[in-house]
Design a protein around this ligand. Structure first.
Ligand code: C2G
Length: 747
């Protein structure tokens, strides 16, 4: 007794490896894997064959055919085990799955195994499983709670339901709509499928599963449900732009048509077999009709397609049972009844009115929703102001970074020509005239609607709409060391939809600044950016190239302002944030690992420390014990001023050292959690052991000893520093701002 796992594979190499790894980790090895290649190249195949696995894996090929349905049929025809189990190559099994499934299958032809949903891959999933159930992170990335939803639009299971009805019932109930029904996470006795010629109908691209399921269930009464916890983990793909799953493909009209065809198919198969189950199907289908078909009526531009939709709908709607309609939500019920007697145009118009009313209901009285609605519906109608520029740095948290220097340059060189608006959450004294607005206020949206120019150093809000004729200058905020967006495999620590969001946002950027060739190349890949790259270096680093005497003057002024003793050398400690250390979404925590007491004891006569946490960090560190030795400048506007006064920088994985290196002063890397950061959280673009212009240190004692021995360290790293400087700071010579402004504003 064993299982044939049938896995269609289109070359998603990383996914298939994790899928097979989850099989390798099963304690019971009574199975084989049949990987069915759907137009894979040799390298894709090698990704499977090069794995060393302790169970048999056979590579099959779809040949002339294509699609999941064809691949599964080919796998089914080749399988030799007593049971078959269809898997998607991006999904995986939890430990103990095979054992439990086989135990439950003794007396059954079909075993239904419950599933989890996960936004992260197998390895990340295993880590998340260890977290307590109430952890926010676990909750964001894995759906462990809503296995079966409360659904008032679905009938109750009768007390005398057979096991057949019970399993079918739970299977249907577990999905929100008919569309999501899937032939995965079920174990089928192969003989039963073969004897009854149960296969996937290859005319379907998206919805072949429903017909298969209905046929399989109608062949047997011997069905069981594995009521233990879910064993099958369905991955939700985090990159719908490059690697969309079938469900994520944007093909709304064809999907709506297929759902209706699949519904007709299923009705045909189960008609007369069981009225209760038929009505369960109907309960799910009515939702698809409203969500997909009517939505397609509203959006589809081709009248031919709308006609096709309508003719399918006319076949489907009369088949929906009265019971299902009775249970449906009032709007759904009325929509179906209305559709039976009205034209397609009228159905679409009614749906539009409903949708507008729903938006209004959701928005009214809620400021955060109301203002963007006013922006979309009203403010965007005002004309664009040709000379208006909106500046924002770090989400309005401070006045700094490249936008600050661009603003100051424009204000000096083109005084009075532009109307400048700054997004600042706290009132700030600015050196030149500019209006200040709070982020997300009505005024913010007003200026977002009217400005011709946008100068941002982070992503703009998701609600931003790019108007024709406007110019978006994205300065970004650092040479990337840690992997970003499309170069990240997993995105734990951000929204699971992060990649899609960034993709949509970066489509609005007209110019992006690159501080060096290395960043220019990476920005193209990590943002999938294809517009103009300003290879000018960072405007924010011009200040680091001021003439010596002017720099000295500024150093004295900054130190005086901050109350830093002039006779002490300054160590700037500027660490970054950690994706896995937070209180809540976007509220990051920093735990100080540097032993400040020991530093004060050993270095206090010669040095003071300026501590600068990342702008995401919300916890305020209590440093009262180190008064006069540690200066917490975490909320100081411009970190470039802190670079200027620092004789030495200590950092970790922050991009700050790429900028600071412009000063050619020593940099130490206090990377006490390097393994976790590099291997689990982010991964780096560069080989840090090879390239960093200073030593990697793991303990406070090492940091202290290195500071005490600085000349020696500088000598050791002299050559590496030179190479580093050339590669990352070579474009920066104090003229970046001028170059950027001349290209974007004064061509
Ligand atoms: N920063 C700061 N203080 C710190 C850390 C960072 O003021 N302690 C500022 C610096 O201007 C730095 C920028 O925030 O260049 C980005 O910080 P990183 O630590 O590199 O982290 P992150 O915001 O994740 O940006 O391409 C760069 C990446 O996007 C990283």
């Amino acid at each position: 007794m064993g299982i044939s796992f049938i896995i269609p594979y289109c070359g998603e190499r990383k996914y298939i490896q994790e899928c097979l790894e989850s099989l390798e980790n099963q304690t019971c090895k009574e199975f084989e894997a049949l990987v069915v290649c759907d137009h894979c190249d040799e390298e894709d195949k090698r990704a499977v064959t090069e794995l060393s696995l302790s169970f048999p894996v056979t590579l099959l090929d779809t040949g002339e055919k294509t699609g999941v349905a064809a691949a599964r049929n080919i796998g089914l025809a080749a399988s030799r085990q007593e049971f078959v189990f269809f898997m998607d190559c991006d999904d995986f099994l939890r430990a103990g799955a095979v054992e439990s499934m086989l135990a439950a299958a003794r007396e059954s032809d079909i075993v239904y195994v419950r599933r989890y949903y996960s936004w992260i891959g197998y390895r990340g999933f295993l880590e998340m499983e260890k977290l307590p159930d109430d952890s926010t992170e676990k909750h964001t990335y894995i759906n462990t709670s809503r296995i079966e939803r409360e659904d008032k639009t679905f009938p109750l299971l009768p007390d005398n339901a057979t096991s057949w009805e019970t399993v079918f019932y739970h299977l249907l109930k577990s999905v929100i709509r008919f569309t999501f029904l899937s032939a995965l996470n079920l174990l089928y006795r192969r003989e039963m499928l073969v004897k009854n010629a149960v296969t996937f109908d290859e005319q379907f691209i998206y919805q072949a599963d429903m017909g298969f399921l209905a046929k399989a269930f109608c062949c047997t009464e011997r069905v069981a449900e594995l009521t233990e916890e879910p064993y099958y983990v369905k991955r939700r793909r985090n990159d719908p732009i490059n690697l969309p799953s079938l469900a994520q493909r944007k093909d709304a009209t064809n999907k709506a048509m297929e759902v209706m065809r699949a519904y007709l198919y299923v009705k045909e198969v189960i008609r007369g077999k069981n009225e209760f189950i038929e009505s369960c199907f109907d309960c799910k289908f009515v939702k698809d009709y409203v969500r997909q078909t009517i939505a397609a009526y509203m959006k589809e531009k081709s009248s031919k397609k709308v006609k096709e939709l309508r003719s399918l709908a006319d076949e489907c709607l009369p088949l929906i049972s009265k019971e299902a309609l009775k249970l449906a939500r009032p709007y759904t019920r009325r929509s179906v009844n209305y559709s039976l007697t009205h034209t397609t145009e009228k159905i679409a118009a009614r749906a539009r009115r409903h949708s507008a009313f729903q938006t209004f209901k959701r928005t009214i009285g809620r400021k955060r929703k109301m203002i963007p609605l006013i922006y979309r519906k009203l403010l965007l109608r005002f004309p664009i102001k040709e000379k208006m520029i909106l500046f924002e740095t770090f989400f309005g948290r401070n006045y700094s970074d490249s936008p600050k220097y661009i603003f100051e340059y424009i204000s000096q060189q083109y005084s009075g020509e532009y109307e400048c608006i700054w997004v600042l959450n706290k009132k700030t004294k600015l050196p030149y005239p500019a209006k200040q607005v709070k982020r997300f206020s009505l005024r913010y949206y007003y200026y977002m609607a009217r400005s011709k120019y946008f100068v941002y150093n982070v992503r703009q809000p998701k609600s931003f709409i790019k108007r024709k004729g406007t110019v978006f200058l994205e300065t970004w905020h650092g040479t990337p060391l840690k992997r970003l967006v499309f170069d990240q495999v997993e995105v734990s620590g951000a929204s699971p939809l992060y990649k899609e969001q960034v993709y949509n946002q970066s489509r609005s950027w007209d110019y992006l600044i690159a501080p060096n060739q290395f960043s220019s190349d990476i920005f193209r890949s990590c943002f999938m950016y294809d517009k103009e790259m300003l290879e000018t270096g960072y405007p924010r680093n011009d200040i680091l190239h001021l003439p010596e005497d002017e720099r000295e003057r500024q150093v004295g002024e900054i130190k005086n302002n901050l109350g830093i003793p002039l006779d002490k050398k300054v160590i700037l400690y500027a660490p970054t944030w950690r994706d896995d250390e937070f209180f809540d979404k976007g509220q990051y925590r920093f735990t100080l690992q540097l032993d400040l007491a020991r530093m004060q004891e050993t270095l206090g006569d010669e040095y003071v420390v300026v501590l600068r946490t990342h702008y995401f960090i919300v916890n305020v560190l209590d440093l009262s014990a180190y008064q006069g030795f540690v200066f917490n400048e975490s909320t100081y506007d411009d970190i470039a001023h802190l670079y200027l006064i620092a004789d030495l920088m200590i950092t970790d994985y922050s991009s700050v050292f790429f900028d600071y290196a412009n000063l050619r002063r020593p940099i130490l890397f206090f990377m006490y959690d390097i393994e976790k950061y590099r291997d689990a959280l982010r991964g780096f673009y560069i080989d840090i052991e090879e390239e960093l212009p200073g030593p990697i240190l793991m303990t406070s004692d090492e940091v202290i000893a290195t500071v005490q021995n600085l000349p020696q360290v500088e000598q050791t790293y002299e050559e590496k520093y030179r190479v580093f400087y050339e590669k990352y700071c070579g474009w920066e010579n104090g003229t970046s701002t001028k170059q950027v402004v001349e290209t974007v504003f004064h061509k």
